[in-house]
Design a protein around this ligand. Structure first.
Ligand code: UGA
Length: 394
């Protein structure tokens, strides 16, 4: 087993550190944020990520603000935020690269623009993009569908792949590995935008999107996942990575029309959903960009809220404090009090099992907009709601 350094204790870095420790490696995890390191030393984790806190508790990981030098492998898990034109800010990555000791394998896990590794002089640089879904990060790390390792130094790449145990491996060069990451997230975005437009068409022609996607899912060439229409796709990855790939394509004079359309469609989806929400007193069920996380970054719920006029409140099982000037209440019942409309924006499973008659009774006008297709339509209508859906005629 090896001594491994992880730089960055965000959701990717912490998951990487915890899972590598779980696989038997000796792990030191560094972050520049003193307060965060202090909390991690006390076993306090501020991320909602199933299984992560347990692994951190179970394994002895050293948390530090000091750059880890005495390691065989150094995983770079620092943020690469998008600038205004979609270009990634690589300051944090370059800071790490500047400090990596000569005989340490540098593992680039942060999502970096295509061609970044090629510009790094360090000999043993391995591009090893992450494919961790928030809410499933631990299982995605420990039981990956594939591990991608790209390097000019194939021996270093093989050694990085071996750290994960017996897993399917794609062994390639740095630039291809970097592009795989963007290709995956961008393809998922295209798929979702396709379905969201299909849902709009269903509403017009009187078809049912669930039936349409059921018919699509059974075709293995299309695949069963990522066919659920919603308020638009968000989060810290899909919006950023689609913009970055478009930016790379533009630099190379490549017209990536399908991806451009997917991004435009997503903006349209947010506006289209906002137009479905009528009333002055609005209650939002869900604020996070998807269920199973407390992450609000690039959440479509917040983008939609910004387009609404009126008094907005929200309930979200993972959020307890005011967000963007939106008052957050403690229960769905409290949310319903005196509201003109409730809007399901995140697919939290508990939203399928609310006490509909009780909620309807508390509202000024019982209207429910379900952007995620999670509520039981019959029960909701029986309780007296007017139900507005995405992908089904009202
Ligand atoms: C995404 C990818 O799925 C991961 O493979 C990748 O590693 C990660 O980005 C990353 O780059 O780090 P994540 O951002 O956690 O993971 O979120 P997803 O589960 O992909 O969901 C993205 C958005 O699509 C969410 O807003 C979600 O609600 C929406 N979505 C997803 C739908 O509207 N419908 C679906 O059927 C699926």
């Amino acid at each position: 087993m090896h001594r491994i350094g992880v730089v960055g204790a965000g959701y990717v870095g912490l998951t990487t550190a915890a899972c590598l420790a779980h696989l038997g490696h000796d792990v030191v995890c560094a972050d520049v944020d003193d307060a965060k390191v202090g909390r991690l030393r006390r076993n306090e984790v501020d991320l909602v990520e199933p299984g992560l806190a347990e692994l951190l508790e179970q394994h002895d990981i050293e948390f530090t603000t000091v750059f880890p030098r005495d390691v065989d492998f150094l995983f770079v898990c620092v943020p690469t935020p998008a600038g205004e034109r979609g270009e990634a800010d690589l300051t944090a990555v370059h800071d790490v690269v500047a400090q990596v000791p000569e005989n340490t394998v540098l593992v680039l896990k942060s999502t970096v623009p295509v061609g970044t590794a090629r510009g790094i002089a360090h000999q043993q640089t391995v591009s090893n993009p992450e494919f961790l879904r928030e809410g499933h990060a631990v299982e995605d790390f420990l039981r990956p569908q594939r591990v991608v390792v790209g390097s000019a130094d194939l021996d270093a790449a093989r050694r990085v792949a071996a750290l994960y145990g017996d897993v399917p491996v794609v062994l390639t060069d740095n630039t291809t590995a970097e592009l795989i990451k963007y290709a995956c997230n961008s393809f998922l975005a295209v798929k979702l935008s396709f379905v969201n437009t299909l849902a709009e068409l269903c509403e017009r022609v009187g078809a049912d999107i669930d039936g349409v996607t059921e018919g699509m899912r059974l075709d293995e060439r299309i695949g069963a996942a990522f066919l659920q229409p919603g308020p638009g796709w968000g989060g810290s990855c899909l919006p950023k990575d689609t913009r970055a790939l478009l930016s790379t394509a533009r630099e190379q004079d490549v017209e990536f029309a399908t991806l451009r359309a997917a991004v435009d469609t997503n903006d349209h989806q947010v506006r289209r959903i906002a137009e479905k929400i009528e009333g002055d007193r609005i209650g939002l069920l869900g604020l996070t960009f998807k269920a199973g996380t407390n992450d609000l970054r690039d959440s479509p719920a917040l983008a939609i809220a910004r387009l609404l006029d009126g008094d907005i409140r929200a309930y979200d099982p993972a959020i307890s404090q005011e967000v963007d000037g939106i008052t957050v209440v403690g229960t769905p019942e409290e949310l319903a009090d005196g509201r003109d409309v409730l809007v399901v924006l995140t697919e939290w499973p508990e939203f399928a099992e609310l006490d509909w008659p009780a909620l309807a009774g508390r509202m000024a006008t019982p209207v429910l907009v379900d952007t995620r297709g999670v509520v039981p339509a019959d029960k909701v209508r029986e309780a007296g709601f007017r139900l507005v859906s995405v992908g089904r005629p009202d």
